[in-house]
Design a binder for this molecule. Structure first.
Ligand code: FES
Length: 131
């Protein structure tokens, strides 16, 4: 595997996505609760460019006729059919067995990776994707 520079840390803001292409594969780079994530720009449902969807909130469990929203800027909604994915885990909100595909992020200073739990530490200004 090799690492590829994709962004400066300060250009990734919460509630937005930077689309990048690494060796012809598109990724969306996101920042959620201060952590960075890279998700393939392919929806697991029908292949839409999911990272071009809205970064939004979702409905929380509530009583009938009550509409509570929460998790602002933590949810990615696919632009084709509206499936919602957790930007931290990549899981579909209704069926967690359906997931976005992950890119690996690394901080070149300490070598720690953002894999299963989004534990990237960003001591430097750069973000890399491993392929
Ligand atoms: S292609 Fe993404 S929800 Fe259908």
């Amino acid at each position: 595997m090799e690492k590829y520079w994709v962004a400066r840390k300060d250009e990734i803001i919460e509630g937005a996505c930077k689309l990048v292409s690494v060796r012809g594969i598109e990724f969306g780079i996101f920042k959620v609760q201060g952590e960075f994530y890279a998700w393939r720009n392919v929806c697991p449902h029908f292949g839409a460019p999911v990272c071009k969807g809205a970064i939004t909130s979702t409905r929380l469990p509530s009583n009938v006729y009550e509409y509570k929203l929460g998790r602002e800027d933590e949810i990615l909604r696919c632009p084709w059919h509206g499936w919602e994915f957790d930007l931290i885990t990549g899981e579909h909100l209704v069926d967690p067995s359906v997931k976005l595909r992950r890119g690996k992020l690394e901080n070149p200073e300490d070598g720690r990776e953002n894999l299963e739990k989004g534990e990237l530490e960003t001591l430097t200004e750069d973000i890399y994707v491993w392929l």
